[in-house]
Design a protein around this ligand. Structure first.
Ligand code: FMN
Length: 181
C-alpha cells in the first residue's frame, strides 16, 4: 500500500533530470562534519543511478567536501510547491574516486560551466573584487558526490488528510510506513 508513494517520489526525482524548471532539480543539502551546527546549501541534482544513488557536482576544496569526509551522514531536502510534496532524504555521502567516471562526466560539462571548478583560489576564500576571480588553465577541482539514501520521508499536504510516510532501507529492501502528518 505504501509502494505507490515511494514510486511517485522516485519518479518525481527522475523527472527533475529531464523536465525544465522541475523544482526537484535543486535541493538543500545539509552536512555537519565534526561541527555541532548543520550547514545547508542549494545544489543541483545531476544524476540518479539505477540503484538509487543521487549525484551532485562540486569543487573538491569546498566546505561540504570537508564535512562529508569528516562525517558521511547527509540530509537532503526537496520541495515541489505545485504538488505540495516534500521529500526528506537521509543518506551516506561519498566522494566519487573512479577517475574514468569523473573524466566522462567532466567531458560532458560545458566550458562556461567548468568555471565553477577551476577558480585559482578555493571557494569561500575572501577577495577584494568579485570581478577579478582568476581561473586555472590546466587543472580542475571538479568532484562528484554520490549519496546513497537509507531513509526517505514523504509528506504531501492535501485535503482532507495530509500524507506522511517513512521509508527505511533494510538490506536491499525499502520498507514503508504511514506516519501521523
Ligand atoms: C541555484 C543554486 C545552485 C547551486 N548548485 C550548486 C552545486 O550543484 N554544487 C555546489 O557545490 N554548489 C552549488 N551552489 C552553491 C552552494 O549553494 C554553496 O553556496 C557553495 O557550494 C558553498 O557551499 P559550502 O561552503 O557549504 O561547501 C548552488 C547555489 C545556488 C544558488
Amino acid at each position: 500500500m505504501t509502494e505507490q508513494f515511494f514510486k511517485e517520489a522516485k519518479e518525481e526525482l527522475q523527472k527533475s533530470l529531464v523536465k525544465k524548471g522541475h523544482p526537484f532539480r535543486y535541493f538543500t543539502l545539509a552536512t555537519t562534519g565534526v561541527e555541532s551546527i548543520a550547514r545547508l546549501r542549494t545544489v543541483v541534482l545531476r544524476q540518479i543511478t539505477s540503484d538509487f544513488k543521487l549525484i551532485f557536482y562540486t569543487d573538491k576544496r569546498s566546505k561540504k567536501v570537508t564535512h562529508i569526509k569528516e562525517n558521511s551522514n547527509a540530509s537532503l531536502l526537496f520541495y515541489h510547491p505545485k504538488l505540495m510534496l516534500q521529500l526528506k532524504i537521509e543518506g551516506t555521502a561519498t566522494i566519487v574516486t573512479n577517475q574514468k567516471v569523473i573524466k566522462t562526466y567532466w567531458s560532458g560539462i560545458q566550458p562556461n560551466s567548468r568555471k565553477d571548478y577551476i577558480t585559482q583560489q578555493a571557494p569561500g576564500s575572501t577577495i577584494k573584487d568579485p570581478s577579478t576571480v582568476d581561473y586555472l588553465d590546466e587543472e580542475n577541482h571538479f568532484c562528484m558526490v554520490e549519496i546513497e539514501p537509507f531513509k526517505v520521508e514523504y509528506l504531501k499536504l492535501k485535503r482532507p488528510n495530509h500524507l506522511r510516510l517513512r521509508f527505511s532501507k533494510n538490506q536491499d529492501n525499502w520498507e514503508g510506513e504511514f506516519l501521523v502528518p
